[in-house]
Design a protein around this ligand. Structure first.
Ligand SMILES: C=C(O[C@H]1C=CC=C(C(=O)O)[C@@H]1O)C(=O)O
Length: 366
């Protein structure tokens, strides 16, 4: 039985699982939990796959690695999106509400209450697509993103293709990134950036450095570069350092939510978001990924089994991604979550266009 079939059977039995592919890797992995217990994360020493919300109103969920699967993405049948399948699910009402929200955010900045705030919305599209087909399209379309399909019968079904890593920790070496600023990719992978985007991204870099100082040694920054994410480009600076044993939870809490998804100062931006966005972000702009897991091949000698290799955890690696460019599927509706960083120089119309462009990462596969 192949990788997709096994996941499909698990999903039909309404049992929790997550299937995912890391940026640039040509393999897809899955963690299957054998029963439908809702495990909440107790400690950052736990092992499994976590899905954490933006705000504390929802739980951080741990998918327990009862069964681990892996396959080569090259062996999965590629599913390309429909060429005309990128109509953004927007209405005039959506637009006017978002423009109003952004203008309110800019006023808040002018009053000096916040310096930056990330404002988002949830768009709805009718869809009867099969989650596994959507996941395959994500894999085909966004090989440089972290693509995932996450399911728990007591929580719901989420999927996405995010360009942003929250952190990676392996053998005491920490990697994170400051990712912000957006423009459409129009063929030039190294375009000019405006002041607004440069400033917006610098704020994220400064925040991360400040948050990590004290708990991370030998902090090092890469040059700031342009990173492509589907049809979009962002500014990215990679940050690395050394971390002592047992610091993971503190580092996650110091980083999340970064100004790439919340704002500055953090608490004021957070309060503004909760009071004004008028919907619940749930797991959008939260984070997800492997916690203290390292998978190592136990090669099967039987050839027909080679797609479904079994794995066991032997060393501790944590790789968490920020849950961006994602959607939640409920019955026949896909809820697409998108947002953008607002600074004093934001133009509300342009901010609207930016989130419409971001929404096409998901609408293209629907
Ligand atoms: C909040 C989102 O993107 C963040 C990450 C990269 C660029 C962003 C921006 O340019 O605003 C956002 O900070 C989103 O995609 O919903």
């Amino acid at each position: 039985m192949d990788f997709l079939e096994r996941i499909d059977i698990h999903y039909r039995k309404q049992l929790p699982f997550v299937a995912y592919s890391k940026p640039g890797e040509d393999r897809v992995q899955a963690i299957l939990q054998k029963d439908d217990t809702l495990h909440r994360l107790k400690s950052y020493r736990d092992t499994g796959f976590i899905l954490a919300p933006f705000a504390a109103g929802h739980s951080t969920i741990l998918t327990v690695p009862d069964d681990l699967l892996e396959a080569s993405t090259r062996k999965l049948p590629p599913l390309a999106p429909k060429p005309d399948g990128s109509v953004p699910p927007t209405t005039l009402r959506d637009k006017s509400l978002h423009v109003k929200l952004v203008k309110k955010g800019v006023e808040e900045i002018k009053k000096g209450i916040v310096k930056k705030v990330v404002l988002s919305r949830r768009m709805e599209v009718e869809s009867d697509a099969q989650p596994l087909d959507l996941f395959q399209k994500l894999l085909t379309n966004y090989p440089t993103a972290f693509c995932y399909l996450w399911y728990h019968p007591k929580v719901g079904l989420w999927l996405g293709a995010t360009p942003e890593i929250l952190l990676r920790l392996q053998n005491g070496r920490l990697t994170t990134m400051s990712l912000a600023g957006t423009q459409k990719f129009t063929g030039n992978a190294t375009p000019e950036w405006g002041e607004k985007e440069l400033e917006e991204q610098q704020m994220v870099t400064d925040y991360i450095l400040d948050a990590l100082e004290g708990s991370v040694e030998r902090l090092t920054l890469s040059n700031t570069e342009t990173a492509r994410a589907g049809g979009l480009l962002h500014l990215r600076t990679k940050i690395t350092g050394r971390v002592a044993e047992g610091e993971l939870g503190n580092i996650v809490h110091a980083l999340h939510p970064t100004p790439a998804v919340c704002g500055l100062p953090k608490q004021n931006a957070f309060d503004f978001i909760v009071r004004n966005e008028a919907y619940d972000r749930e797991y959008y702009t939260g984070y997800l990924g492997e916690l203290n897991l390292k998978t190592v091949k136990q090669r099967s000698s039987r050839r027909k089994n080679q797609e479904n290799q079994a794995y066991r955890a032997i060393a501790k690696t944590t790789t968490l991604y920020v849950n961006l460019r994602c959607m939640q599927i409920k019955d026949d509706t896909a809820f697409i979550y998108v947002g953008g960083g607002i600074t004093k120089d934001s133009d509300a119309e342009r901010e609207w266009e930016e989130i419409v462009a971001k929404s096409t990462t998901m609408t293209q596969v629907l």
